[in-house]
Design a binder for this molecule. Structure first.
Ligand code: SIN
Length: 513
């Protein structure tokens, strides 16, 4: 078995940045199930938040993050996030990420629930793509070993310590094993659980399944963020329309032309994302429509074409000129706040196993992530992972007073009807029953169906069967956690428990039996 100091699974911003830092300390292998360019980072439009402006401060950034997180953020992690942010932005600038500038300074925009403009962007609305391209170029130049079409299938753990990883060569479907001292999972989220989502095809909960099956703890899975504004056109897959469009002055209108957000929240169009997503649903129900409109026609066409060139071009290809016509939009699943439970050094409860980015849960997002904090979280905690590996712990203490540990149920009622299992029936089930608004009945139906699907799954043998199996496990964790949490908080809204409750100011942690 070939040995490395570091094996990193995933080739988004987390995988690449960690690879670049790790290569200074030892041998590195990055494995990725598709090509190096297949990742969620590439889809990030809006940007990356950091208090770098004179009128801003880490304290303000801290306050906004905590407010968005609705009582469940880990304050220590948020302190680290906002204070280390400017240095990590400097790292990206040094790597060559071409952030947009205005009069010689980095340009900043505002997004929902930020009290001041603090979101950096590149290429207008292609921030993720610029970061990804810059880091991939650096990885290629530094000759880090990257194995493409290689899907991680099992973590090798001996006596509670990571020893390596089993992987599937997706081209030949043969298995391989690699040994390592440190294994870092940076596989992205599980947005493919939902029929409508803004994620890349790779977002199939792989890191969650790998970690859970190896005995790692998974936390906060009931908190799945839905982005309010994904393009909603018949026959066109969901496409993100960045919140920065509203940050620059775009407004939401229902199909009757009424500007409805001020009816729901004092912050109007820039209210927290969960509030806007639910308000869209209510307006759609009220008007019997499957979308609302994002109207930017009052902005100067030059602002639209220079700030949002990617969105402008994409919509134009669909026959929609957004400088002249409002954009039909509807909510779509966007970001998984929960994930593999880590401490503020990225460590899990398995020695040598680390989690980074969306697949991990450091606790910075709480019940609802502040816009554009996600790529920042990856950078800040990735750096800390590498620092930690210089002086590794034997075992990371990860449970806190606010954690409550559960196991997945081993028995559930048979569903009355069990749809044939495939990716689209799974996505439809989650969208219908475990979506923006949930209740006990819908969640129990989904939980029963997922349980029964999981029981009937044959042993995975290729990339798509592994992905489906990983999604079913991730879907079970989201659904069971959502059933347990009998309150509404942040992105988790139960119509049968519409208020938040102080007794639920704690985290639901799952651990395999
Ligand atoms: C957006 O551009 O609206 C998304 C930004 C984010 O999810 O942080």
């Amino acid at each position: 078995m070939k040995q490395y100091d570091y094996i990193i699974v995933g080739s988004g911003i987390g995988g690449l940045y960690i690879g670049l830092l790790a290569k200074e300390l030892g041998s590195v292998l990055i494995i990725t199930k598709g090509s190096i360019a297949d990742c969620n980072t590439r889809y990030a439009q809006g940007g990356i938040a950091a208090a770098i402006d004179k009128g801003d401060s880490p304290e303000l950034h801290f306050r906004d993050t905590i407010n968005a997180g609705d009582g469940l953020c880990n304050e220590e992690a948020v302190h680290i996030l906002v204070n280390e942010a400017p240095d990590r932005i400097a790292d990206l600038v040094n790597f060559g990420v071409p952030f947009d500038t205005l009069n010689g300074n980095i340009a900043l925009t505002i997004e929902a629930a930020h009290s001041v403009p603090r979101v950096l962007h590149a290429g207008g609305d292609t921030t993720g793509e610029h970061i990804e391209t810059t880091l991939s170029r650096k990885v290629a130049e530094s000759k880090i070993e990257v194995l493409e079409d290689c899907l991680a299938t099992e973590i090798i753990v001996e006596a509670g310590v990571v020893k390596g990883i089993k992987a599937l060569d997706c081209r030949t479907e043969s298995s391989q094993e690699f040994g390592c001292r440190f294994l870092i999972l940076a596989t992205g989220g599980a947005g493919q659980l939902y029929k409508f989502n803004t994620n890349s095809e790779i977002a199939t909960g792989d890191g969650i399944a790998l970690a859970f099956n190896a005995g790692a703890e998974i936390v906060d899975m009931e908190f799945f963020q839905f982005h309010p504004t994904a393009l909603h056109l018949p026959g066109v897959t969901s496409f993100l329309i960045t919140e920065a469009v509203r940050g620059e002055g775009g407004v939401l209108r229902n199909v009757e032309g009424h500007r409805f957000m001020p009816d729901y929240a004092p912050e109007g169009d820039l209210a927290p994302r969960d509030v806007v997503a639910r308000s869209l649903l209510y307006e759609m129900q009220k008007t019997g429509s499957d979308s609302v409109f994002l109207d930017a026609t009052h902005l100067s066409p030059r602002v639209i074409t220079t700030r949002f060139p990617h969105i402008y071009r994409f919509c134009l290809e669909q026959g929609l000129d957004i400088t002249k016509e409002p954009v039909p939009v509807a909510p779509a699943a966007h970001y998984m706040m929960g994930g593999i439970k880590t401490n503020t050094w990225g460590e899990t409860n398995i020695a040598g196993l680390f989690g980074a980015g969306e697949t991990a849960c450091t606790g910075v997002h709480g019940a609802n992530r502040l816009a554009s904090n996600s790529m920042l979280e990856v950078l800040v905690f990735a750096k800390r992972i590498i620092e930690k590996t210089k002086k590794p712990s034997r075992r990371a203490p990860t449970t806190s007073k606010r954690d409550e540990v559960y196991h997945l149920l081993t028995k559930r009622e048979s569903p009355r009807v069990r749809p044939v299992l495939n990716l689209s029936s799974l996505q439809q089930l989650l969208w219908d029953k475990v979506g923006i608004i949930r209740d006990k009945e819908s969640l129990a139906q989904a939980a029963n169906t997922l349980f029964s699907w999981q029981k009937s799954l044959p042993k995975p043998a290729d990339r798509s069967s592994y992905e489906l199996s990983n999604l079913i496990l991730s879907g079970r964790l989201v659904t069971e956690a959502a059933l347990i949490r009998e309150e509404s908080r942040g992105a988790h809204f139960r119509s049968d428990f519409p208020q938040s409750s102080s007794k639920w100011q704690r985290h639901i942690v799952f651990r395999a039996d």
